[in-house]
Design a protein around this ligand. Structure first.
Ligand code: NI
Length: 137
């Protein structure tokens, strides 16, 4: 961990009051902790926008009986094997499956994989967790 550095921030009183409410609701111990998290969030968002090497997770739910969906999902994952670290498949019930793909690579490629899965017929829900390799933070 790098050395902590203090800096002063000037902010409108009512904004600070709202911020204090916000950090209280989220159980932060102090403003510094909350501010550090918000700064990291902003930097991670930037990494994704700038197409840097990122890490993320794509979680999706689908009915495995739906047409050729299982084959299409398999194909698209083979097309992106270079960025897929792992995938986990859970049989939720007789029909529904959940998969979680962990990916690391250029943000644009991970986004492309996410878009491909999202647009497939029979996929009921998809979400993308945008995270970071942690190296730049
Ligand atoms: Ni299954």
């Amino acid at each position: 961990m790098t050395k902590l550095q203090r800096f002063g921030v000037s902010v409108e009183a009512d904004l600070l009051e709202k911020f204090d409410e916000f950090i209280h609701q989220r159980n932060y111990q102090n403003r510094s902790e909350a501010l550090r998290d918000l700064m990291r969030e902003a930097l991670v968002r930037e990494q994704w926008q700038e197409d840097e090497i990122i890490a993320g997770a794509i979680a999706f739910v689908y009915d495995h009986h739906h047409g050729q969906l299982v084959n299409h999902l398999m194909e698209v994952q083979h097309d992106h094997y270079e960025i897929i670290i792992s995938s986990q498949h859970i049989h939720l019930d007789h029909d529904n499956c959940m998969e979680i793909i962990l990916a690391k690579g250029p943000a644009k490629l991970v986004g492309k994989l996410y878009d491909s899965i999202r647009s497939m017929k029979g996929v009921k829900h998809v979400d993308l967790l945008r995270s970071t390799t942690g190296l730049e933070l």
